[in-house]
Design a protein around this ligand. Sequence first.
Ligand code: ANZ
Ligand code: ZN
Length: 809
Amino acid sequence: MAKNLNKIGENGIYKVKDKVAGKKNFYHLVMFPYPSGDLHIGHWYNFAPADVYARFKKMNGFNVLSPIGFDAFGLPAENAAIKRGIHPKDWTYKNIKTMTRQLKNIGAIYDWSRKIITSDPDYYKWTQWIFLQLFKSGLVYRRKAPANWCLKCRTVLANEQVIESKCERCGSEVIQKNIEQWLFKITDYAEGLLKDLDGLDWPEKTKTMQRNWIGRSEGAMIKFNVRCQMPDVRCPDIEVFTTRADTVFGATYVVVAPEHPLIGVLGLKIRNFEEVKKYVAEAAKKSELQRTDLAKEKTGVKLEGIEAVNPLSGKKISVFSADYVLGHYGTGAVMAVPAHDQRDFEFAMRYNLAIKQVITPQINADLRENKLKKAFEEDGYMVASGEFTGLKSTEGRKKIVEWLEKRGLGNEKVNYKLRDWLVSRQRYWGAPIPIVYCDKCGIVPVSEKNLPIKLPNVKNYLPTEEGRSPLAKSEKFVKTKCPKCGLSAKRETDTMDTFVCSSWYYLRYADPKNSKRFVDPKKIKAWLPVDVYIGGAEHSVLHLLYARFFTKALYDMGFLSFKEPFLKLRHQGIILGPDGQKMSKSRGNVIDPDELVEKFGSDCVRMYLCFMGPYDQGGPWNPTGILGIKRFLERVYRLTFNIKRSNIDIGASEAQKLKRILHQTVKKTTEDIENFRFNTAVSSLMILFNEMEKNFEILKFSNFEIFLKLLSPFAPYLTEDLWRQLGNKKLIHREKWPIYDPKLIKEEKFELIIQINGKMREKISVDCGVSQKEAEKLVLEQEKVKNILGDRRIKKIIFVPDRLINIVI
Ligand code: ANZ
Ligand code: ZN
């Protein structure tokens, strides 16, 4: 019965117009999938309940855009292709075909005419165009620096793609490698990316993760003069970043990161330079995680012959290099305060350095008896800090910075953990970076009219040992003319990180076929920003942060009129195997949606996914749960043919009750779906249906039709079918969503709470709408109330209609 309806989507019934008279546009978006080759149950869990929401919005009078496409470039597709010895392009497009068929089974209202494939030249032409716009705006740069290098994928990775020192894609070890790379200056947007989170309707947890990733930190820059013991040699100052300027008096040494330029600048002025160099080389081999591991033993090396001057105490202190200080954060140097920073404390213990306490929990504490066993890291009161002694540390911080500022020795400073986004990849399957190297002109952007720079169809797409892109081997691709001077030049052979492609696809859906512009401004206005975005929480930092950055950058260039791409965001949970474990082939607990569709039909799968639990939580798959849904839909099917075609209102109290439940259910499902509570929406539909089935003799025909409409977003195939069988000419998903009558949802009886002097004493069941007079009479007849009142005088009676009565004595 439902199979033929599969075609509905292809007949163009879900085609979306940019404008429909009398309707507001609503942009409903799911995160587009990688064409990994198989649509798994996790995809279904994202897309099917999301489609319930889209259909619900549509029936509520919105002109809904719900597009789909493929995030087709990138490492996962390429690695899989390499494993199977198929060209990444063939592999990708074959998978897209399979997944398109699978996606159609979901029965979503996707407008397939707007499909996007990011590896199509007419899409990546505009990815390259955006690269050029960012380049023009000074948001792109190239530099040689250590980068995360995955030994297995043989490419650099962005920081966001390194999870606990392992490659996010393949799980292998990531080391640091010195390499030329392209970066986007996302750090220019750190403050906006942070601040604008406040206005978004996103899960709080996701916002927190982004906030932490951006990592705003308020502190100060402080200059430490450096003295070299060799005569007549001047040394550059060391600038440190600190969040605790109140502890300057306790700074008993200074530490520079092994990468710090000072070491190279001083060179042989450092007496033990050889030893220092060795230490630096060792540090370079360690990953950031190893270096920042709090539990590890702190190591370092003293720079002999060099001293720093504490700007407040005037004391000369030692300078060390230690790998627990990172080169890229802050200034790459810290003033070490062992009494108040645990890392410094451990270091000082090991190297026998002075530990000087300058903050105490109580004001004017006596320090003589007190020997610290670990660093005291909290705020408190300043001691042994000259004129600042006695101040609260929070106040002292400000005062000290003011003092330093007056003398040109420091200033307030905000730092971010966020680093620039490394976008170049030494891999084949990505959009080529539209840049040319000319001996005369240097780095030259490709001219816009020559876009797209097509990815050549090379036979040898394997990553090279020495870490260069496979494109470098294609002479035809590399050789070109300089866009500026016309002399022969070489193309950039790195490709872009796939996250670049997915940072703007939501814009392209508004105008997917445009060959003149990346999107027509009118279409942007019609659809964007996205009203609701639905997808996995694993993208909390990566994709969602990058997409926000793109939107902000394009806004600043004048291409967009909004600064945030996704106003509302919802995550689905994760579906586990029936054994409660993560699904995996090796565990043999994978649920295959194709099989389920074959066995139960798409509606059952959709509806069970909605029903199985709170949407944002997911949980284990229950094989008997889907059977319950199947039986339920079969009952709906049967009842449709047993129901009397009478629309007469029967006055019987049973009929009244049925009507009330119906209207209550309309209210409940409406509110539940609007709030992504699909599970409780389904269960209230079940309750309603039970009542209808029990009383089908008196069930009004039009009321049953209302039920079918409520069911239709969950079970579109079945309901479209039944809707026609009932003689309707139009499609059910184009019907209006039912509205309830507030008068009809009122219960006949309610529990009246009886209070005496504000304390609850009794509850009685009374008619809804009971008047105060009637209620008082009933209440005063209650034995319990009579006993408490005795013959005390009633001062007054407070009555809250349909809720409570309070007798004040
Ligand atoms: C002195 C001090 C005293 C510090 C004290 C803390 C406590 P967040 O919040 O993460 O910004 N720091 C600065 N740059 C560093 C780097 N490149 N590598 C490692 N550590 C670095 O933390 C800022 C604090 O981390 C700074 O404040 C500095 O130590 C350290 F009682 O300065 B503090
Ligand atoms: Zn040139």
